[in-house]
Design a protein around this ligand. Structure first.
Ligand SMILES: [Zn+2]
Length: 176
């Protein structure tokens, strides 16, 4: 499918990063060939039409952005090019490798009507880092930033893993 595209990733990068304000995106210009322009993850990037070919979008640098496979599945397919940039900017993350964790946190809140941050805070006075490691089997920090960030876990799986931790903590520390 993508082999028919003549525009190169380098051309797309050069075109946009000489025109846009990179501070609005999850990726820096210096890494825009390696990291997804929406989620900032280090992934193989796909050339994603801004205006879909089926809606008359052309094979020219100005009609593409570079996205990972996951983000490519979610991007807006409409014939107004501003919508793509509205979408990309709305998901801007200030740090790399936090994007999918934050989507998991949003999903957690949607499902459980409470924030993971608040649910885990109840246990902060009880648990030490050592205990948390015992419960999860490894360090929470690296679990969240490394495993959640790097693996292809969807946001509901991430939310589910967070919930499992909360359930384990409740079982261990709540007596009622
Ligand atoms: Zn992405």
């Amino acid at each position: 499918m993508t082999k028919e595209i003549k525009t190169t990733k380098e051309e797309i990068c050069d075109y946009w990063f000489s025109r846009i304000d990179e501070s609005n995106l999850s990726v820096d210009a210096s890494e825009a060939l390696e990291r997804c322009w929406r989620c900032g993850s280090k992934r193989r990037l796909e050339r994603c039409h801004i205006i879909p070919r089926s809606l008359g979008g052309e094979d020219i640098p100005s009609n593409y952005v570079l996205l990972c496979k996951r983000c490519h599945l979610e991007n807006p397919n409409v014939n107004d090019p501003e919508i793509m940039w509205d979408w990309l900017k709305a998901y801007k993350e200030p740090y790399y490798d936090t994007f999918w964790i934050n989507r998991g946190l949003e999903e957690y809140e949607r499902i459980y009507k409470s924030k993971f941050k608040d649910d885990i805070a109840i246990f902060n006075e009880f648990i030490t880092e050592k205990e948390a490691k015992e419960i999860l089997g490894e360090d929470i920090g690296s679990y969240a930033t490394h495993h959640f960030g790097q693996a292809y876990l969807n946001s509901s799986t991430i939310a589910g893993l967070m919930r499992i931790l909360i359930k384990k903590l409740r079982t261990k520390y709540e007596t009622d």
